[in-house]
Write a protein that binds this ligand. Structure first.
Ligand code: DCP
Ligand code: MG
Length: 435
């Protein structure tokens, strides 16, 4: 197709096809013409909304348009996000509010309205799903999309479909997004972050190695503060240094992470875009008012959350075979731990004790801001918690739990509190839940 010839382009404002050699779009004069040699051949995208919460608030109050806006505050007193004007002044996500206001005293501070953001996030996701069923959400405002094989359906190549999508989000929802387009998830995500806001970056196969060579190791998925410090200690700061090391050498030094460094530093990433289907897990989580490090303080919370999960499993008549523990550290790192059970369960007690065992290993002085527990590998309740469990005690526990459940049904949930939540149930009750 002629439009896929290397030098042709797409105007991101009026969506006209731009001819070779035109710096600006002939139709509308816009300089935002997308051009790339591999434009017609790439189909894995990552889309991330720009300054998401702040963009929604600006949309809803046009008087904020040219002002620095910070979303945050509340009990934790930190910045959730801020608009790009505030970023010019040095404000960043997760910064204490007092520091943010020192950096940008004229900023308008707005308390987050999560319900509204979830609503807008869903709208954006619906629009993505109109492009392809292969949408893998990563968070409220970002997702991977696989547009392979959709060219005939859309009558246009993925790059064009994505440019049209970005415009449509601006026109219909009133916020902006940044798009990354590549041949794999890793580079699509790197690309979407590349010229935010309102960005559209393309990383092709031919340039992947040379592009990566110039980047710091921190752009690699899984290389956070601690690991990049380890690498820096070994004298490794940029990806070209990784590219020069053998796989075996990297694995000897860093174990499985070494393998990942080897592959990603060379732009080798075969992970597929995994759409989120039917509920694959049932879970409950809570964010604390204040970070917690002490095991004994986390235990009653875990108990209360396990009971919630169990109640929902019982109501839906399902059970799960894998217990999943989730923790978010004070510096926003997510840790998840899984354990598979012999038989699926819907009992709070089994969920709790399995979670407790995993929690023990994680409480090493790290401060946590979030704790969650859930089960996955869902099955029909018929196979759950058979009475002939290897662990004979658990049958007794199951019976006891049945009795507790019927008491609760009769007298309400405060009527029966187990030892772990007794007297602390109010504090331990989750404030926020995710399915
Ligand atoms: N968020 C938060 N606390 C953080 C980071 C993010 O509450 N430490 C929230 C607010 C953000 C939203 O999640 O609006 C999306 O996170 P992003 O990292 O995508 O940040 P933004 O969309 O705000 O900005 P960017 O333009 O960099 O994507
Ligand atoms: Mg974002």
């Amino acid at each position: 197709m002629a439009v896929n010839a290397p030098v042709h382009g797409i105007c991101r404002d009026c969506l006209s096809r731009a001819s070779p050699g035109e710096r600006r779009c002939k139709a509308c004069g816009s300089p935002r013409v997308l051009r790339h040699e591999e434009l017609g051949a790439l189909s894995i995208a990552h889309i991330d909304c720009d300054a998401f919460y702040a963009a929604v608030e600006k949309r809803d109050d046009p008087s904020l348009r040219d002002k620095p806006v910070i979303i945050g505050g509340g009990k934790r007193g930190v910045v959730s996000t801020c608009c790009y004007i505030a970023r010019i002044n040095g404000v960043r996500s997760a910064m204490p509010m007092f520091k943010a206001l020192e950096a940008c005293p004229e900023a308008v501070v707005i308390k987050p309205d999560m319900e509204k953001y979830v609503r807008v996030g869903r709208q954006v996701r619906e629009m993505m799903l109109a492009l392809t069923p292969l949408v893998e959400p990563l968070s409220i405002d970002e997702a991977f999309l696989d547009l392979s094989g959709t060219e005939r359906l859309h009558g246009a190549e993925p790059a064009f479909v994505l440019a049209r999508f970005a415009r449509q989000v601006e026109d219909e929802i009133g916020i902006t997004v940044s798009v990354g387009l590549s041949y794999c998830k890793f580079l699509a995500k790197v690309a979407s972050d590349f010229n935010k806001p309102r960005g559209f970056s393309v990383i092709g196969r031919d340039e992947a190695l040379s592009f990566l060579a110039q980047q710091p190791v921190t752009i690699i998925w899984g290389v956070g503060k601690a690991f990049s410090a380890t690498l820096a200690n070994d004298g490794i700061r940029t990806i070209d240094q990784l590219q020069r090391l053998e796989r075996a050498d990297l694995m000897r030094r860093y174990g499985t992470m070494g393998d990942r460094l080897h592959r990603l530093s060379r732009g080798m990433d075969t992970r597929t875009v995994e759409p989120r289907g039917e509920a694959k897990s049932v879970s409950s989580e809570t964010t604390f008012d204040k970070d917690i490090a002490a095991f004994e303080e986390l235990v009653p919370v875990l108990r209360a959350l396990s009971e919630r999960v169990s109640a929902r499993l019982k109501k839906a008549e399902i059970a799960g075979r894998t217990v999943v523990l989730k923790l978010k550290t004070a510096d926003f790192r997510i840790r998840t731990r899984n354990r598979q059970l012999g038989d699926p369960t819907r009992l709070a007690d089994r969920i709790f004790h399995t979670g407790l065992d995993m929690l023990k290993r994680e409480t090493d002085g790290t401060r946590f801001r979030l704790l969650g527990i859930g089960v996955s590998d869902l099955t029909d309740v018929a196979k759950a918690d058979p009475p002939d469990l290897v662990d004979r005690l658990s049958h007794k526990r199951a019976l006891a739990e049945g009795a507790i459940d019927s008491l609760r049904e009769k007298y309400g949930r405060e009527a029966v509190e187990t030892g772990y939540t007794f007297g602390r149930a109010k504090k331990a009750r989750p404030q926020r839940e995710d399915d």
